[in-house]
Design a protein around this ligand. Structure first.
Ligand SMILES: Cc1cc2nc3c(=O)[nH]c(=O)nc-3n(C[C@H](O)[C@H](O)[C@H](O)COP(=O)(O)OP(=O)(O)OC[C@H]3O[C@@H](n4cnc5c(N)ncnc54)[C@H](O)[C@@H]3O)c2cc1C
Length: 482
C-alpha cells in the first residue's frame, strides 16, 4: 500500500468525491474500501453484477437532485457527461413546470434519473482512473491510531485495519457511511465526541425495481420527480432510473405492524395496483419486475456537529457523507450532500495543507448550518407526517399547520399551479437554497396561501383508503393469537 498522508475510509459517493477532488488538485490520496468487488465496466450492469455488502441500500431507489447535478457540473462534468451517455436522463423542471416563466438562474432546476449502482460505478471508475487516487479493496478499517496531547484534542496518526496493520496518516476522512465504526471506537477509547442529534423517520419502505418492456415508454404521468403523493397512511412514489428502469416505493408508518405484509410480492403488487397513478406502470405489457420486493426500515435522521466546543474533537479527522449527517431518504439529501461536501472538503484540505484545525473550522463553516437545517427540516416533516398518520389534527401557525405540514400539504401541491411558487419550492426541494430560506419569503408564502382554494382535489378512488389497504394486507396476515 502506498504511504500517503491523506487516507479516506470508504469508497462510497462521499469518499470518492473527496478523493477525486484532492487528486485533481495534485494531492495523492488512498481510499480504503471494505468491499472486495470492483464495479463492472458497463455502469448499466452494476445494478445486477456489483456486490456491495458494505452499503445495505445500494440497490434501493435514489434520486439525484438539482444540487447533485450542479455539484457534478462544477467539480466533475466528465462524470455527468458519462452518465448521460450511458443511459441516465435529465428531468428539466424548468421546461416542464415553469414553461414560459423560465429565467436565468433556473438552469439548475434539473434532476437526474438513474440507479445508484449505475452512478456509483461511473464515479468509481473516474476516481480509479486518476493517477493520484489509490483505492484499496477489501481493506476494512477498525479504528484510528492517535497521538495523545495532554492539553488539546488528540491528533490522528493513522488507521488500523481488520488485520491489525496500521497505515500512517496525518489526515483521515471518515466516509464510511451510517455504520462507520470510527465514532464508536473513539468513544470507547474515551475521546470526548460531540453529541449526535437523532430522530426516527417513522416509516418503512417497500420497494421494487422494474424494467419497461422493449419499445415501451413510461406511461403518461404528472408530478415533479414522477408520480407521488402522501395519503392518510402511505407515501408513494416512482423513482425513474437509467436505461428504461424505474422503482416503486411505498413508505408506510412503522407503527402499523400489519403493513409488514407488503414485503410479500402478491400483497405489494395488489397494493400498488390500487394507486391510479402507479397501476399503469406495473401492467405486464408495460414493465416487468427486475427485483423482489425489498423492505428497508430502522431509518433515522442523524446530525453530529463537526466541532466540540468550537474545535475538532480529533485533530486531522473529518467526518463526511452519512458519517456526518443523514436524513430520511425520501428527501434525497444524503447523496447530494455527501458529494457536494466531499468535493468541497478536498478543496479545503488543499487550501490548508499543514493546518488540520484550520481545515476543520473551514469545513464546519462551509457545511454545518446547511447540514443542521436539513436535519431539522426533515425531522420536523417526519414528526408532522407521523402525527398526521396517527390521526392527530394539524396544528401550528401556517394555515393551522407546522411549517413542515404547510410545505407538504399546501406549498408542494401549489407547484403545479404557479411558476413563481414552483421556482421557490423547487429550489428548496432540490437543495439549491437552504431549507429555511422559504420561511423568510413572505411574498411567496402569501401566494401559496392564495392558491389553496384553487388546488385540485384528488379524484375519488385515486388512492386507496387506510381501511382498504389494511384489508389487502390482512389477506395474508395471520389472525392474532387468542
Ligand atoms: C433506502 C435509502 C434510499 C436513499 N435514497 C436517496 C436518494 O434518493 N437520494 C440521495 O441523495 N440519497 C439517498 N439516500 C442516502 C444516500 O444513499 C447516502 O446519503 C449516501 O450513500 C452517503 O454516501 P456515503 O459515501 O457517505 O456512504 P455510503 O454510500 O454508505 O458509503 C460508505 C462506504 O464505506 C465503506 N465502509 C464502511 N465501513 C467501512 C470500514 N470500516 N472500512 C472501510 N470501508 C468501509 C462501505 O463499504 C461503502 O463503500 C438513501 C439512503 C437510503 C438508506
Amino acid at each position: 500500500m502506498p504511504k500517503n498522508n491523506v487516507v479516506v475510509i470508504g469508497a462510497g459517493p462521499a469518499g470518492l468525491a473527496v478523493g477525486l477532488s484532492l487528486a485533481r488538485r495534485g494531492r495523492p490520496v488512498t481510499i480504503l474500501e471494505r468491499d472486495l468487488e470492483r464495479p463492472p465496466d458497463n455502469p448499466a450492469d452494476a445494478f445486477e453484477h456489483w456486490a456491495r455488502p458494505g452499503v445495505s441500500h445500494h440497490r434501493l431507489p435514489h434520486s439525484l437532485l438539482g444540487r447533485t447535478r450542479r455539484t457534478l457540473r462544477e467539480y466533475a462534468p466528465d462524470v455527468l457527461e458519462a452518465m448521460l451517455h450511458a443511459g441516465a436522463w435529465e428531468n428539466d423542471f424548468g421546461a416542464r413546470l415553469l414553461r414560459d416563466a423560465v429565467a436565468p438562474g433556473d438552469e439548475d432546476l434539473v434532476a437526474i434519473h438513474c440507479r445508484r449502482p449505475f452512478f456509483e460505478a461511473l464515479l468509481r471508475r473516474t476516481a480509479q482512473d486518476e493517477p493520484l487516487v489509490s483505492i484499496v479493496s477489501g481493506a476494512k478499517v477498525e479504528g484510528l491510531t492517535l497521538q495523545p496531547d495532554g492539553t488539546a484534542a488528540p491528533r490522528v496518526a493513522g488507521v488500523r485495519l481488520h488485520d491489525q496493520t496500521v497505515l500512517d496518516a496525518d489526515v483521515v476522512v471518515d466516509a464510511g457511511g451510517r455504520r462507520s465504526p470510527i465514532r464508536s471506537s473513539l468513544k470507547q477509547a474515551g475521546v470526548p465526541m460531540p453529541t449526535a442529534q437523532t430522530e426516527p423517520c417513522g416509516l418503512v419502505y417497500y420497494c421494487r425495481y422494474y424494467r419497461l418492456a422493449d419499445g415501451t415508454d413510461y406511461p403518461a404521468w404528472t408530478g415533479v420527480f414522477g408520480p407521488s403523493g402522501t395519503t392518510e397512511c402511505v407515501r408513494f412514489s416512482i423513482f425513474f432510473g437509467d436505461n428504461q428502469t424505474f422503482a416503486i416505493v411505498l413508505g408506510v408508518p412503522t407503527s402499523v405492524h400489519s403493513f409488514r405484509a407488503l414485503a410479500r410480492e402478491p400483497i405489494y403488487t395488489m397494493a400498488v395496483s390500487q394507486f391510479k397513478a402507479l397501476a399503469p406502470f406495473i401492467h405486464p405489457t408495460v414493465a416487468e419486475p427486475i427485483t423482489d420486493v425489498v423492505a428497508f426500515g430502522s431509518l433515522q435522521n442523524v446530525f453530529v456537529p463537526a466541532l466540540l466546543n468550537g474545535a475538532p474533537p480529533v485533530r486531522g479527522l473529518h467526518f463526511l457523507g452519512d458519517a456526518y449527517c443523514h436524513t430520511n431518504p425520501l428527501f434525497a439529501f444524503g447523496l447530494c450532500l455527501a458529494l457536494d461536501y466531499g468535493f468541497r472538503l478536498g478543496h479545503i484540505i488543499e487550501e490548508h495543507p499543514a493546518d488540520v484545525v484550520g481545515q476543520a473550522l473551514a469545513f464546519a463553516e462551509a457545511t454545518s448550518m446547511e447540514a443542521e437545517q436539513c436535519f431539522h427540516a426533515v425531522a420536523e416533516e417526519d414528526r408532522d407526517r407521523t402525527l398526521a398518520w396517527d390521526g392527530a389534527p394539524p396544528s401550528g401557525p401556517w394555515l393551522g399547520r407546522t411549517f413542515a405540514g404547510f410545505v407538504r400539504q399546501c406549498a408542494q401541491p401549489a407547484v403545479m399551479l404557479d411558476p413563481i411558487v414552483a421556482r421557490a419550492v423547487l429550489r428548496r426541494t432540490q437543495l439549491l437554497d437552504l431549507p429555511d430560506d422559504l420561511m423568510q419569503q413572505e411574498a411567496i408564502l402569501q401566494r401559496i396561501i392564495a392558491l389553496q382554494s384553487a388546488l385540485p382535489k384528488p379524484a375519488p378512488g385515486s388512492v386507496p383508503s387506510k381501511d382498504e389497504l389494511l384489508e389487502i394486507v390482512a389477506k395474508t396476515t395471520p389472525a392474532p393469537a387468542e
